[in-house]
Every structure is written in structure tokens, then in C-alpha cells.
Design a protein around this ligand. Structure first.
Ligand code: GLA
Length: 759
């Protein structure tokens, strides 16, 4: 709901209110938080009472106004507000001052057409501001959705001389209160490291400068009250619908206002705005909750699932994937893929994804990007033949592409070297993974991608695309933003006419996990690091900003390719269950007992898929030191308990299940989970009635076939008891094998589901 009454602008959704008003022609920020009424405006407004000292006054006299201390919605440059400005412009190479004053507003009946992704189904208010001296019009767009608000800015040059934009943020506001800034940064295979920084007068910024939203700095961030917990306290969440270099900052003023802004990174940014031209910023998203981090997760989860991803995929179950990459890399034949497909189908997978290596002469990552014609040596019956055979087995077929890149060793590059991005001063090309980027700012390059990828998609029964991008774009320079617009154009043209193709975006893992990509691709590959211990951190950090329905989460081999860590298959499955489950390892190497464990993982996933993909996600800890992930729908709760390194004689452990009705009764049941006999080594002689050599043939045979259940538990109790914490089965403590105990070594885990029972 949007109302404008008595000069007060009031945006309200199911959870929160956002209020501002016009003060002396400027937009004064009043409130972002709990639902209030517009008549509260005066009570919420700042009351500047101090002397002005060395400040620059906007107006002198008894009703003097000092912009520097007011909470504002926007600010210009060089007119007395010395805090960080959301806008920096230049003319003839020199910075100019700006002063935007309110001229009017309008509720928009239809969204303005945009080349950038925009949230779907929002009510929009346009607030018009003008700098009459610089001859600029600024439109601030505000959107209302059930659990978030959105903002973006459009700058129009109404003069007759060009203006150069050096910085133009999507949103800016001054929030009262004490805040801690939570950001998520990292790098390849180490995405989403959660950092907490108290907001002080020293500005805190996080920015990506690589041309992609990047694994170095996710665009999403939180401002949390210092006492916020998972279930209580104020938390504001922010994100940006943008996949290029971006910027966020938070800085407290002497008056205690935190100026928070986000938008395209000003680093190397420059955009010439010719007379009559407009420039639009990406859309920013803001959510508020007083139900702590869990509350903000819920706001963003609903937002992404209901108003961001492509409508066809809204609420649709995501298929269980088998992906060929980690099992085969570039080395496969049709026969090998079909053998893997048959095994994947037997285990319960639903979609077979042929990853890299199917086109050109791509037997390594040194060639062929750009040449999307099938390699008939590997696939003599083409993609159509392979796809149809997989379909006959009962599997859908998916395919990998990396359309934004080109290998210097490719037909495409040999015929069009000028289609690649090169250093602007003609320096030697810098390669990343042996490749260059295509110049998506050129219409002929975009047309080629749309034609070649579209042609392949129509030539075979393809239901899924993994769209990869494996290098940073240092040659982009001033073209960065135009490149991102080019990417969105290509994605729109390929996938809007083919809405039923499930697009999973990937960029060396999670190098482009952002709301801009989610607008086109309902799921994103979180990280090339599939070690479950690492994934616990990566997926947990992502979960503050994005729902599990967006996480590509695969079980891979152990020891792990990135960490050399050995982990139980049960834990690799349990972590991947909380996302879009897939398997990415050579299935021909699995022991029968491992196949049995995967079969039960998949059966469990199918039975609880709705909850695991679309349930309300929260994080917690047991009092025995286990990390808890909980996914909840009206029908049931699924909870995972994950441990690190095992301690001897570990104590009792209680699991709190939140969000249940205290007066109702519920039954908890553990997921069937299997162990390998070989895990017990020479302990077997204590576990089994017969004496066996742990390295002997009998044990090796038993290890392949024999199933031992692990951590079986059922409990029936009231919602109140679950809230207080129910006692979990004991963990291994030199006690021998017990199917009702948790036979955990390092990195053990269990998953439970809880449903109401009639008392
Ligand atoms: C990137 C991706 C991987 C895989 C390879 C293929 O590294 O992140 O998942 O697709 O490319 O070359």
C-alpha cells in the first residue's frame, strides 16, 4: 500500500512501514521499521536542536536548515551535506554540484519499461526531483511488495550539454539507531564468509570491482541491532538486482544517523549522459523484521520465490540432478554417459546434466568456447540422440554452456577476434582459465549468442541449462555496465520464449550469486566447493539472503577435490538436502551400500521436497554444539543437526524445534541413514559376534553390501517440549554399535522430520 497524505509518503507492507516527507524541498527520511501510521510522522521526525557551529546552512535565520544533520532520502553534492553523496556528476571533466528539489509524485499504473531486472508485481510510486540549475531530473522509484520495499533512481539530462555520471546509487537513507553491518565476502571455493562490523563514523564499504557481482563481495547485506538473535531483534536486509560491480556503504554521523547506500560500484564507472538521455540504476531491495535474522530470511525467501524468479518456476518442485562434471570432466563417450544415466535413474535422480566438454574439440579447458557445435566423436548420435535415450530411461536432459566467453583457440575467435574484449590501450590480453570475454555490448555478438545457444536448445529435448561464466572481466573498463545490460538482453531473448527450461546460473561456483541472475535463473550453483563442511558455512551464509530453492547443492566424492577431507556420505547428503539436491561423482565407483544410502537420501528428499526447497528456513544450535538447520511448512518441519570434529565422551544433546504449536502433539522421526561396516575398522571385533580381520576379504565384502542403520530415533511430544528441546539419541562414546545411537565420527550429522499427530 502506498499513500501520500499531508505531504507524508507512506509505503506499507505486511511487515513494515517506510515513511518520508518533503522538508524545504528535500526528501526527509522519517522511518523504516515497524508498521506505523502516517499521522506518526511528526513524532518520528528528527528534531535538530544543536547549534550550527562550522556547518554550512541551507538557510539562515530563526528557521535555519542544515542539510548535514538531517535524515535524508537522497542528497546532492556541494550544498552543505558533507556526508557521502549517492551521486557524483561531472561536466567537461570537472565535478559539479547538484541539488535535487521535490517537484511532484505519481503512483504508476504500469511499471516503467526497463532493460534491467525488476521485481514482479509491485505497486510503484515515482517521486520527481529536479536540479533546475544543472538541468537534471531525478526520479526516485519506490516499490511495495508483501515483505520488501524496492528503490531505484533514474537520472535524465534535460540540458543541452552532456553530463558524465561518475556515481549514481540505487538507494540512500539515513537510519537512526546502533547497527552492526553483516557482509558476505570471499573468493573461489571460499564464498560467503560472514563478517560483522559495528557501524561507526569510519565508513564501512564492501564493493565488487571485477565486472561481476562476484564471490569477493555478495551484494546482499544486513544491518542488525547489536542484540539481534535468530528469533528476535531488529534486522534490516538489503540486496541489489544487479550482476555487475556493485557497492554498499554504511557510516554513522555525529548525530547517530547511519547513512546506508547501495548501487553500481563507482570504481572505474563512467557514463556519458547526452542531452535528452536517461540513466536508470539497478533496483535495490530492503526488508525489515523485528523477528531477528530468521525474520529477515523469511522476508527475503518469500520475496525471491514470489516476486523475483521467473513466474513459470514459482513454487515448482526442482528436479534431482545428476551432473557429469566431477565424475567425468572432459572424458566421456555416449556409452559412458548412458551407463551413468542408467545408474542415476536407478538411484532416483530425475535430470541428467551433461556438463562441459560436449562441443567443438573441447577435451580440456584450453579450447572451443564459442563453438557450440556438438563433438560427434564423443556423441555420434548428437545431443538429440543422447537426450532421447535419456528421456526413454525416464530422465530429463540438461546441458552446460559458457556463452559469454571465447577461447582464443576456437573457430569463433579465429573468424571474429574483434568480438572479444581486449585491453583498451592495446596491451597484451590477460587470460583467465585460458579464455577471453565476448563483447556483449556489440549487437552482433549478442545476436550470435542468441542464435547459437537458441539453436542448440531447439535441436534436442533439453529441459535444463547450466549457464556458466568462468573469468573476471578486467578488460571491461568503462564498458562494465553496458556488458551487464548485454548479458540481460541475451538471457531475456533466449529464455523468455522458453520459460519451461530450468536455468541454473553458475560462475566458477558462486561468483555471481545475486538477485539479477535470479530474475532469469531460479537456481544458482553455490560453489565449486562441495565439501559438506564448507557447504555448511556457504549455504548457511546464503540462507540469510536467499531461499534454499535457489541453492544448487550436490553430493560429491570423498575425500573432497578441494579440501582432501573425508566425510561421511550421510553428511554429504544431509547438507545437500537443504537446497536443490543433486549428485556429482562417478556413480560406477559406488559400493552397493553407498548406492543404498543414496537411494534413501533421494527417497527422503522426494517425500519432503516441498519443505526442503520452499519451507521457512532458520538456523540454530543444539546445546551439544551441533549446528541446526530447520525448514518448516504448515505440514511439517525438517531439521538437520551437523557436527564438526567429534569429542570423546560427548555430553547430552538437545534439539529445539521452533515454530510449533505448544499445545499440539508431534512425532519426530529420523531419516533412515546407513553406515559402512568398514567404517569400524578393527573395532569390528567388538561390534560383531564373529572375529574378523578388518583388512580381510570377508570385511571387504561385508563393507560393500552390508547395511547398518545409524541414529534411528522416534519421539512423540508436545510442541512445548520441542520448543524446550528434546533429547537426541546418544553419540558414539566407546559404546559399540547401537542402531538407536548416533554412530558419529568427525562431521557426523542426522536429519529428522516432525509432523503433528492426533493426541
Ligand atoms: C566451472 C563450474 C563447474 C563446471 C566447470 C566446467 O568451474 O563452476 O561446475 O561446470 O566450470 O568446466
Amino acid at each position: 500500500m502506498i499513500t501520500v497524505k499531508h505531504g507524508v509518503f507512506h509505503l506499507q507492507n505486511e511487515r513494515s512501514s517506510y515513511l518520508f516527507r518533503v522538508r524545504d524541498g528535500f526528501l526527509e527520511h522519517l522511518h523504516f521499521g515497524a508498521r506505523v501510521s502516517a499521522s506518526d510522522a511528526d513524532a518520528l521526525a528528527a528534531r535538530p536542536g544543536c547549534g550550527w557551529g562550522d556547518s554550512t546552512l541551507y538557510r539562515e535565520g530563526s528557521n535555519a536548515n542544515c542539510l548535514d544533520i538531517l535524515p535524508l532520502e537522497w542528497s546532492g553534492c556541494g550544498r552543505g551535506d558533507y556526508r557521502e553523496s549517492p551521486v557524483e556528476l561531472a561536466q567537461n571533466g570537472l565535478p559539479i554540484s547538484t541539488e535535487f528539489r521535490y517537484t511532484g509524485c505519481e503512483a504508476l499504473k504500469t511499471p516503467l519499461p526497463s532493460a534491467l531486472p525488476a521485481s514482479r508485481g509491485q505497486a510503484t510510486l515515482a517521486v520527481y526531483l529536479e536540479d533546475s540549475t544543472a538541468k537534471l531530473r531525478l526520479t526516485l522509484l519506490y516499490g511495495v511488495l508483501p515483505t520488501v520495499f524496492t528503490r531505484r533512481a533514474i537520472l535524465e539530462n534535460c540540458g543541452d550539454a552532456p553530463v558524465s555520471i561518475r556515481k549514481l546509487m540505487s538507494s540512500c537513507a539515513d537510519l537512526p539507531g546502533d547497527w552492526t553491518l553483516h557482509t558476505f565476502s570471499g573468493g573461489w571455493i571460499a564464498e560467503m564468509q560472514h563478517t560483522e562490523t559495528p557501524v561507526t563514523m569510519a565508513r564501512s564499504c564492501l564493493e565488487s570491482t571485477t565486472g561481476a557481482s562476484s564471490s569477493r563481495a555478495n551484494p546482499g547485506f544486513l544491518l542488525a541491532a547489536p542484540n539481534a538473535t535468530e528469533t528476535g531483534g531488529e534486522v534490516c536486509g538489503f540486496n541489489l538486482l544487479y550482476s555487475g560491480s556493485h557497492y554498499l556503504s554504511a557510516q554513522k554521523s555525529l548525530q547517530g544517523l547511519t547513512r546506508v547506500m547501495q548501487g553500481i560500484s563507482p570504481a572505474n564507472f563512467s557514463w556519458e549522459l547526452a542531452p535528452g538521455d536517461r540513466f536508470e540504476t539497478p533496483e535495490a531491495v530492503m526488508a525489515w523484521s523485528d523477528a531477528g535474522f530468521g525474520g529477515i530470511t523469511d522476508c527475503f525467501g518469500r520475496y525471491v520465490n514470489e516476486a523475483l524468479i521467473p513466474p513459470y518456476w514459482k513454487n515448482r518442485p526442482r528436479p534431482i540432478v545428476y551432473n557429469s562434471w566431477e565424475g567425468c570432466m572432459f572424458d566421456f563417450t555416449e556409452a559412458k554417459l548412458l551407463r551413468l544415466g542408467k545408474l542415476a535413474k536407478q538411484l532416483g535422480c530425475e535430470l541428467f546434466v551433461l556438463d562441459d566438454g560436449w562441443f567443438g574439440t573441447r577435451d580440456s579447458d584450453t579450447s572451443s568456447l564459442g563453438d557450440y557445435s556438438v563433438n560427434v566423436k564423443k556423441l555420434p548420435n548428437g545431443l538429440k540422440g543422447l537426450g532421447e535415450k535419456l528421456n526413454t530411461m525416464g530422465l530429463q536432459f540438461g546441458l552446460w554452456f559458457e556463452p559469454e566467453s571465447v577461447s582464443p583457440d576456437s573457430e569463433l575467435y579465429r573468424s571474429h577476434p574483434d568480438w572479444a574484449l581486449h585491453d583498451d590501450l592495446g596491451r597484451e590480453d590477460l587470460l583467465g582459465r585460458h579464455q577471453l570475454l565476448l563483447d556483449l555490448t556489440k549487437p552482433e555478438v549478442r545476436d550470435y549468442i542468441v542464435r547459437s545457444v537458441g539453436g542448440i536448445l531447439d535441436s534436442a529435448p533439453i529441459s535444463y541449462v547450466k549457464w556458466d561464466m568462468n573469468r573476471h572481466s578486467c578488460a571491461l573498463g568503462a564498458k562494465q555496465h553496458a556488458f551487464v545490460l548485454g548479458l540481460y538482453d541475451v538471457l531475456r531473448r533466449i529464455f523468455e520464449p522458453r520459460p519451461e527450461i530450468l536455468l541454473e546460473s553458475c560462475s566458477s561456483g558462486g561468483n555471481r550469486f545475486d538477485c539479477g541472475m535470479l530474475y532469469f535463473s531460479p537456481q544458482i550453483w553455490c560453489s565449486d566447493d562441495t565439501d559438506p563442511v564448507e557447504r555448511l558455512r556457504i549455504q548457511q551464509s546464503l540462507s540469510y539472503l536467499y531461499p534454499p530453492s535457489t541453492f544448487g547443492a550436490h553430493v560429491s566424492a570423498s575425500p573432497h577435490a578441494q579440501t582432501l577431507r573425508a566425510t561421511p556420505l550421510s553428511t554429504r547428503g544431509n547438507v545437500s538436502l537443504f537446497g536443490c539436491l543433486g549428485y556429482e561423482l562417478d556413480l560406477t565407483e559406488l559400493l552397493p551400500v553407498e548406492q543404498a544410502e543414496i537411494r534413501v537420501q533421494i527417497e527422503f528428499y522426494k517425500a519432503h521436497r516441498r519443505t526442503l526447497q520452499y519451507g521457512r528456513f532458520t538456523r540454530g544450535r543444539t546445546d551439544g554444539g551441533g549446528a541446526v538447520w530447520q525448514a518448516q511448512t504448515r505440514e511439517e518441519t525438517v531439521a538437520g543437526v551437523f557436527h564438526g570434529v567429534q569429542n570423546a565422551a560427548s555430553g547430552y544433546e538437545r534439539l529445539r524445534v521452533t515454530g510449533l504449536d505448544a499445545g499440539k502433539r508431534y512425532r519426530l522421526e529420523s531419516r533412515a541413514q546407513l553406515l559402512r561396516v568398514g567404517d569400524f575398522g578393527s573395532l569390528l571385533r567388538h561390534v560383531l559376534p564373529v572375529k574378523l580381520n578388518p583388512n580381510g576379504l570377508a570385511v571387504q565384502t561385508a563393507d560393500s553390501y552390508y547395511k547398518m542403520y545409524d541414529g534411528q530415533q522416534t519421539v512423540t511430544a508436545s510442541g512445548a517440549a520441542y520448543g524446550a528441546g528434546i533429547m537426541l539419541a546418544p553419540r558414539f562414546a566407546g559404546t559399540g554399535y547401537d542402531a538407536d545411537g548416533r554412530m558419529q565420527s568427525d562431521f557426523g550429522s542426522n536429519v529428522y522430520f516432525v509432523r503433528e499427530v492426533q493426541s
